[in-house]
Design a protein around this ligand. Structure first.
Ligand code: CUA
Length: 434
């Protein structure tokens, strides 16, 4: 049954649940379809007009309470069972298991970026240990994307200016595709990432080997932002309240609002309350908080929410992270020579080839073929030779010098890829000289 829908193997608990539900609905629907159509055909033949038969009057039947009851009751039960079964599966898939690790995912034309609790990030590759439940907090920087893992049968829209969430149960080690399932522009079909689920031992070894994560964990970055942005002027962490509610309260609690309704203090509520504080004012507090829309980037908001969550429980998890940090820092050195082969792989996995061809044809951006060493003209005048310094700048901060005739849509890779990876990509571009 794992392959019943040609969507790949059963890679997660959710796969079996969704497939079983689909099979149930299909089999029940098929049964009634065959029953109704079968009877229709049978009656049409059985009661057809026969040659030579005298026309007779149709019997005058005035309804049957029994029949009416049966054909109201049976479809009602069938449809209610679809709903009930579907709801149970939905609830199970949507309810986070305790201790889930938060990972922020940002969709962008045309790549996925993952931000981990330790402050590190990756592009188009989500690497996780098997068995550890994950909570993905999804958002988009531009248009609506859809985060889809066929092998898990899970899909969720990524909406600009809003958080949505998805829970993953990576049960089985392996590599699975993550696809964008919402048409989001010319390179939509190339927008995909890999979900790499590793055995916990192998994962720990990989983490150990992979150089240092960012200097600060996501929650620590958030702490700095909270201090810098003046939040603590009005919000105490705990103890005596200041002007606004204390920050150290339980994440996920129910909050009573000024208008009498209540909401759950989840990621989306906190995000909205930072960017648009007047939208949902907590009962008993003045509506005086300013918006932070202009001063905080989406990444900053994510970090602050990670910090707020760390204040409510999960203390031991935080301690562990700080322990790991010390190890990483010493291993930061150790550079390899840039290799064109590695650069080629990176150009594929980072999604560069979604917009840049290697055969001279024009996609969204200039072709990589013959790019190195060429004269390029810029939007708004100016010229330069596409040398190493130019390529480096164009990958880090693409908006600085946009090539004439091409749209200004490439995302920044600064801080998202390592210096070695950058060198490898440039080494690869050099090999594509004509
Ligand atoms: Cu992103 Cu389609």
């Amino acid at each position: 049954m794992a392959n019943a829908y040609a969507l790949g193997e059963a890679a997660s608990r959710t796969t079996g649940q969704v497939d079983a539900l689909f099979l149930f609905i299909t089999v029940v629907s098929l049964f009634f379809f065959l029953l109704v159509e079968g009877l229709l055909i049978y009656f049409a033949i059985r009661y057809r007009k026969r040659k030579g038969a005298e026309p007779s009057e149709t019997p005058d039947i005035r309804g049957s309470l029994f029949l009416e009851t049966v054909w109201i009751l049976i479809p009602t039960i069938v449809v209610a069972s679809f709903f009930y079964y579907g709801y149970m599966v939905f609830r199970d898939i949507r309810t986070p298991p305790p201790g889930a690790t938060d990972i922020h995912v940002v969709g962008r034309q045309w790549l996925f970026e993952f931000r981990y609790p330790d402050g590190s990030s990756s592009i188009n590759e989500l690497r996780v240990p098997a068995g550890g439940p994950l909570k993905l907090i999804l958002s988009s920087d531009d248009v609506i994307h859809s985060f889809y893992i066929p092998a898990y049968r899970l899909k969720q829209d990524m909406v600009p200016g809003q958080y949505t969430t998805l829970y993953l149960h990576p049960d089985k080690a392996g590599t699975y595709y993550i696809l964008c399932a919402e048409y989001c522009g010319v390179a939509h079909s190339t927008m995909r990432a890999k979900l790499i689920v590793m055995e916990p031992d192998a994962y720990a070894a990989w983490r150990e080997k992979k150089k240092a994560p960012a200097a600060l964990s996501l929650a620590e970055q958030g702490k700095g932002l909270v201090e810098k942005s003046g939040c603590l002027g009005c919000h105490a962490l705990e103890g005596k309240e200041k002007i606004g509610p204390n920050l150290g309260q339980d994440f996920g609690r129910k909050v009573l609002l000024e208008d009498g309704t209540s909401v759950t203090a989840n990621e989306e509520y906190l995000r909205e309350s930072i960017l648009d504080p007047k939208a949902k004012v907590v009962k008993g507090y003045p509506a005086v908080m300013p918006t932070f829309k202009e001063s905080l980037s989406p990444d900053d908001v994510g970090a602050i929410i990670a910090y707020l969550k760390s204040l409510s429980g999960d203390k031991e998890k935080d301690g562990k992270k700080e322990g790991e940090k010390g190890v990483g820092k010493e291993e930061r050195e150790g550079k390899e020579a840039p290799s064109a082969q590695k650069g080629k792989e990176l150009a594929e996995t980072l999604g560069c080839l979604g917009c840049h061809s290697v055969d001279g044809s024009v996609r969204v951006g200039p072709s990589f073929e013959g790019l190195f060493g060429r004269q390029v003209e810029f939007e708004g005048g100016g010229k330069a030779t596409a040398d190493e310094a130019y390529l480096r700048e164009s990958i880090n901060l693409p908006r600085a010098k946009v090539v004439k005739g091409f749209p200004d849509v490439m995302p920044e890779f600064k801080g998202k890829i390592s210096e070695e990876d950058l060198s490898a990509i440039i080494a690869y571009l050099k090999t594509l000289k004509q």
